[in-house]
Design a protein around this ligand. Sequence first.
Ligand SMILES: [Fe+2]
Length: 280
Amino acid sequence: MVDCQIRNMDKGFGAEVIGLDPTTDINAETRAALRKAFDERGVLLLRGMQIDFAWQDKFCRMLIGDDSPGSTETRKENHVSNKEDDGLAPYGRLMFHADMMWHEEPFRVLSLYAITTEPGSATTSLTSAANAWATLPEDLRRKVEGKHARHQTGQVYHRGGDDLAMPQRSVEVSTIKPIPHFHPATGKPLLYTSQQMTHNIVELPEDESEALLLKLFDHLYSPAMVYEHEWREGDLLVFDNITMQHARGNVDRDGPTRTLRKVIAPIPNIKAETPRYERA
Ligand SMILES: [Fe+2]
């Protein structure tokens, strides 16, 4: 028996999981239903959860078929936080992106759990690159199909304002992927271009490339395509980091406390440099 309700959210992606008890083991039927929902809908939202790092880690791994008890002892618990000394991305706005989009093989599952989110905390927005490809107007589809895009670390700063977070790395890294990019697990075609990380379409001159990318972004990030999550403590938002793109509004050190526990799966093999965040 499936031990929870799974209700589709209304943006053409996402599902809310209701009534899952984190104090008992998740049975095989429920695991299968959750995996199916995750593959098909790209996002799972669970509200009012009282969960620790180990549960969040196990849940994320379960969604990609890893049911091992696992050991979290050697893993550092990471928080996206504007108040903690070692918080990730402690301030600034983040344009839409997928984590590690600049790498050949980004990790699949990204989860955020609201430990402390005071009223007025910046929201997290999500859009689906699968939906965006499926609904892309024919003229745009013809213009991009078969081309390739280059994705790079950092943010494409000229597309944002002074409020952008500025991730700093010692070496910038990039990768080139086809459009559409086919999801390695679901096989779905994705409009795999993002405001934050896609620098250019390699087959086009710079001005044409930017003009076309801006049209794709108008489609990807139009209000009808975006789900904006307002955080409440105990929310767990889990999304497919390859299908979905995420963004967040400006976060200030002096603003409302916003501390989210971030857990990903699987852990990438590469030793990725964690960026420092500094204003220019
Ligand atoms: Fe991110």
